[in-house]
Design a protein around this ligand. Sequence first.
Ligand SMILES: Cc1cc2nc3c(=O)[nH]c(=O)nc-3n(C[C@H](O)[C@H](O)[C@H](O)COP(=O)(O)O)c2cc1C
Length: 206
Amino acid sequence: MSTSASDNFLKLVEVRRSNYTLSASSPIPDSKIVEIVQTAVKYAPSTYNVQSARAVVLFRAEHQQFWDISAKHFSPLPIAEGAKAYMTARIAAFRASYGTVLFFEDQAALDALGAKNAMVQPLLAEFSDHSSGMNQFIVWTAFNAEGLGCNLQHFNFLPAITADAISAFGLPETWKLKAQLVFGAPTAPPLEKKLEPIETRVIVKG
Ligand SMILES: Cc1cc2nc3c(=O)[nH]c(=O)nc-3n(C[C@H](O)[C@H](O)[C@H](O)COP(=O)(O)O)c2cc1C
């Protein structure tokens, strides 16, 4: 097969994986981790170039604090004991990893765009999610390329977790938490992944 300009990029797309067995260490310096997040947030696309993506990179005590906040709000939930024990162990594993990137969208920036542009206004919530996902994907793929394992979490499903995180880290109230990317040096390879046949998923016409 011939090589082309996109090969290196697509190879990184192919090898990006979820890994839940992470240690509290990193194969790369913190400065490189921050640089990757800055590059993603700077260059990822957004609707009308609104640049509503925000990120907070948590290391050490603050990383642990986020997962302590999540555990505090998760533990009183009225769910089955088995499910609770499973999730409690997962939260402990996230806390025992090296760090977490919190991905936010700034609702103030989106509201300002919506006020100026009535056509895009009804689509802004969806576009904000799309754009945040692009930011998440860039960071996840780049971290994996540097040997950092990652898994993507959504503990923003409990609004109290977002509220506590905003208060704990001194963030603007208009920032809406979308996802958390947990990272650390992998202690085991990712689980095998089954792929559906691509021919039924990508249709080509003409
Ligand atoms: C939009 C989105 C939401 C996800 N949410 C979670 C999540 O809340 N918790 C989790 O452990 N993994 C989550 N994942 C990871 C997926 O389970 C994972 O990407 C999928 O099983 C494929 O595995 P891979 O990442 O190794 O390719 C999410 C992935 C995407 C794209």
